[in-house]
Design a protein around this ligand. Structure first.
Ligand SMILES: Nc1nc2c(c(=O)[nH]1)N[C@H]1C(S)=C(S)[C@@H](COP(=O)(O)O)O[C@H]1N2
Ligand SMILES: [Mo]
Length: 295
């Protein structure tokens, strides 16, 4: 995971610990932090509602020359996860990491239809790592991984392919949604016809020019009509919305719709992207309210 000033994330799942106020939450965070050897002072920074049931709390721990960021994922006043963003390798030395396994869970649940979202007229622009400089002449999209035919495509290559238009509701995990957004581009199933992913592919990992990344469940992306979008609402993407190309994956929260994408990798094994490393869900299906890992 790349994030300015961060070398790693310590991700601690918590057994649904209840808390009733900020002071109790603070004490839970302090106890966990002390177990990890972070004994310096912890300060509360802010909290943010995510949808209608989750609240994300931010704290920081001051260390010499900087601080450790602390994010606490809660739902209905229970703590589900504490995540530490670490600025220096030396804090990671004595910690044993378990590999995160996103248990495949694509069946058996009842859809709940974009619960906890509210509707606005136009999408909020996000650029967690800044808006990159883009040279469309030099831009190439590399598509590789577990495929028969890896390719590199220029913008001209993409425009020479058959484009399709989708109209979808776009849902950001923080709670806003926009109805009837129009995206035009190359459908992902056209791309898979081209590169021929192996039959054991389960994930699409994508990287952006700005260092942002995300991971997308493969079958979901194809079945939902995922698209490599070049245009939004009948015009080429503006720079802030991801020019020259972004993924748009209907039915998954917006952070999976990576802007300024320049690398797509087909994978069998799951790895975290930028937000997934910070506690967000491997799949992110809107209709199952998959906002955070295990919460
Ligand atoms: N490269 C990159 N792609 C990104 C993001 C980002 O910060 N960087 N933010 C994501 C999030 S959280 C959302 S909700 C959508 C928002 O799309 P918009 O900025 O076009 O409105 O972009 C997604 N794609
Ligand atoms: Mo988002």
């Amino acid at each position: 995971m790349r994030k300015k000033g961060v070398v790693g994330v310590i991700d601690c799942p918590v057994e649904e610990l209840p808390y009733s106020d900020l002071e109790e939450l603070y004490n839970i965070v302090r106890e966990y932090s002390e177990k990890l050897g972070f004994t310096n002072k912890i300060a509360f920074d802010s909290n943010e509602a995510i949808g209608t049931t989750h609240i994300l709390y931010r704290f920081h721990i001051t260390i010499p020359g900087g601080y450790i960021g602390v994010r606490v994922v809660t739902r209905n006043r229970r703590v589900y996860r504490i995540l530490y963003t670490i600025p220096d390798d030396k804090y990671l030395e004595n910690i044993e990491f378990e590999k995160y396994d996103p248990s495949p869970d694509l069946t058996g649940k009842t859809p709940i239809n974009a619960r906890g979202q509210y509707y606005i007229d136009y999408p909020v622009v996000y650029a967690s790592l800044g808006i990159p400089r883009v040279n469309p002449e030099k831009w190439v999209l590399t598509i590789n991984g577990l495929v028969e035919k890896p390719v590199k495509l220029t913008l001209a290559d993409l425009y020479s392919m058959e484009l399709e238009t989708i109209v979808i509701d776009f849902h950001c995990v923080t709670g806003w949604s926009v109805r009837n957004m129009k995206f035009t581009g190359v459908p992902l199933n056209r791309i898979t016809e081209l590169v021929k992913p192996r039959s054991d592919v389960e994930w699409i990992y994508a990287e952006s020019l700005d260092g942002y990344s995300t991971i997308i469940p493969y079958r979901e992306a194809l079945n939902n009509g995922g698209i490599l979008a070049l245009e939004m609402n009948d015009k080429p993407l503006t720079l802030e919305h991801g020019y020259p190309a972004r993924l748009v994956i209907p039915g998954l929260y917006g952070w999976k719709s990576i802007k300024w994408v320049h690398h797509i990798e087909f994978r069998k094994e799951y790895i975290d992207g930028y937000w997934e490393a910070l506690g967000y869900h491997p799949r992110g299906r809107v209709d199952y309210e998959e906002r955070f890992k295990q919460a």
